[in-house]
Design a protein around this ligand. Structure first.
Ligand SMILES: Nc1nc2c(ncn2[C@@H]2O[C@H](COP(=O)(O)OP(=O)(O)OP(=O)(O)O)[C@@H](O)[C@H]2O)c(=O)[nH]1
Ligand SMILES: [Mg+2]
Length: 255
């Protein structure tokens, strides 16, 4: 299994300079810096260091993902925050768990001894509430449904419909913002009863730069999605559908 590391950046040059040298390029098969239009030298620095850089065209975190997806050569991805919040040493652990055959592995800030040093009272409560809600409503067994730092199969995006605008449009319109897909990925992975696990990983405090999190607006959008998912998206009846789809793809390639 090949793994692509997606490094998400928006004006994150200080974090990049501190964190990227801690990542051994041989840990993964491909690294892409996915930039949201930085103006602080992040893009220039990354290119100078020889990284593959993709600059997103449409604003919003989820568009960064949908736009970069066709460039991914791995069968699995790791999404990573180079602002200091993701500990690079957890990358090899995520890779090896994926190679054991999991659909998704979350680097949880709240599992076992792990701690977040980035949370304030509001985000700590929000993350707890969101995780409890997803577990109660959708039968998850998560300790962290929100974190960016996680690994999953590339094809999950299509299988769980995460690339469909309809999954986000209404809450985004109601609350006037653009959101990401991690919370919905957690929900639908639980609904589909995928093979999911977590590893404990501390969240150190942010290194310089500015926080982009819009606590209230994003919180409202994600909560809306959690409730609507009770009826909005139905999991495939049996998991062999996935394999049937794969077979179809192979057949098409033959012709
Ligand atoms: N490509 C891309 N990256 C983004 C965008 N928004 C934020 N990022 C980056 O994604 C990572 C996570 O964003 P943060 O602002 O730290 O958001 P957060 O981690 O939820 O909030 P914090 O509590 O501050 O850590 C950072 O490295 C950001 O620079 C975006 O729209 N596009
Ligand atoms: Mg952060």
């Amino acid at each position: 299994m090949k793994i692509t590391l997606l490094v998400m950046t928006l004006n994150e040059v200080n974090g990049m300079k501190a964190i990227m040298p801690q990542i051994d390029r041989s840990w993964v098969d491909q690294i892409i810096i996915v930039d949201g239009g930085s103006t602080d030298g992040t893009i220039e620095w990354a290119k100078e260091k020889g990284y593959e850089v993709y600059v997103q065209k449409q604003r919003g975190f989820r568009h960064a993902y949908t736009e970069v997806w066709p460039l991914i050569r791995g069968d699995g991805v790791i999404t990573f925050s180079p602002d200091g919040n993701s500990v690079p040493t957890a990358i090899p652990e995520l890779v090896s768990k994926m190679k054991e055959g999991y659909d998704m592995v979350i680097a949880s800030r709240y599992l076992g001894d792990a701690k977040s040093h980035d949370d304030d009272a509001v985000t700590a409560f929000g993350n707890w509430l969101f995780t409890r809600t997803v577990n109660l409503l959708h039968g998850g067994r998560y300790t962290d449904v929100m974190v960016i730092f996680r690994a999953y199969r590339k094809d999950l995006v299509q299988e769980l419909g995460l690339d469909q605008d309809e999954a986000y449009e209404l809450p985004e319109k109601l609350f006037g913002t653009k959101i990401s897909w991690e919370p919905l990925l957690s929900v639908r992975a639980a609904k589909q009863k995928l093979k999911v696990t977590e590893i404990p990983a501390d969240e150190p405090a942010r290194i310089g730069g500015e926080r982009k999190l819009q606590v209230l607006k994003w919180g409202a959008c994600y909560y809306f999605q959690f409730i609507r998912e009770l009826w909005f998206w139905k999991p495939a009846k049996n998991k062999s559908l996935r394999f049937a789809m794969e077979e179809c793809k192979h057949e098409q390639q033959k012709f």
